[in-house]
Design a protein around this ligand. Sequence first.
Ligand code: 8YV
Length: 326
Amino acid sequence: MTRQNILVFRELPPDQLARLQAAHAVTVADPKTHRAAFDAALPTAHGLIGSSFPIDKAVLDRAPALKVVSSVSVGVDNYALAELHRRGILLCHTPGVLDETVADTVFALLMATSRRVVELSNLVREGRWTKNIGEEFFGFDVHGKTLGLLGFGRIGQAIARRAALGFGMPVRYHTRRPVDLAAQAPALVGHAEHRSMDTLLAESDFVVAMLPLSDSTRGLADAGFFARMKRGAIFINGGRGATVDEAALLAALDSGHLRAAGLDVFAKEPLPADSPLRTHPRVTPLPHIGSATHETRYAMNRLAVDNLLAALAGQRPAAVYDTAAL
Ligand code: 8YV
């Protein structure tokens, strides 16, 4: 196999970097910190690997030799899909290996918002626990409540399993087409039911958005969406921040219509210091840690390296994203 040029644009675990260096000429340059080195390596790069940086038309225009982009993420909203498709450049990603970890993160947000975990832990930390906890600090049960899921792919189904089988929660999900549970998720047969968006919003005590970012999901959770949610319900976002109109979310919280919100993703990341979502008393914000465990990030990096090595060897990578499916 001919040695080709690889540009690594986000740090890899040393042993995974070594796998690439054993087979190819590798440049490591994170554009956020080493822009000049990144730009200098682009014109001769055959393969890119990394995440959290927009690989848009401008970047692709300066990479004429590029054959494959291997993203260390399941989400592909950082990539110019139509341009990649038009240029015949392969896009690989890392689905599957992070499903359970992201589902755990979403459940942590569900529990933290409903039981006010962060707020009450801070009460203890700040020495304000001076007498038995009274009603003003009570939370609301999670078990037995109705969970509404927007997006019912692998991660959505992992969340549904936790809810239905672990917490006795009736699950409602909304997707463009009902899922054949018997074939795709037999464990959820009898536990998860498809609903129209309006019915799901009206029925659910928790609404969890696990949506990829696309033209059809951008700003989907707007004022009308929140108004159609049940009074006192909790909103969780574990997908992409830009699927939510954050001003509408704040208004729904401030009006008291929504009880709370748990957010792992934001329209702008890192969340700007002046964002009211950062300090809102009924918002539990997290710094996009959905997949951020040692085990899962390592598995994502290993799969991304597998994908890249296979593509550069002319073999079919394990996880190719269909850039024609716009
Ligand atoms: C990534 C994610 O870590 O996989 C995704 O789509 O959102 C996270 O798991 C993140 O994209 C990396 O920046």
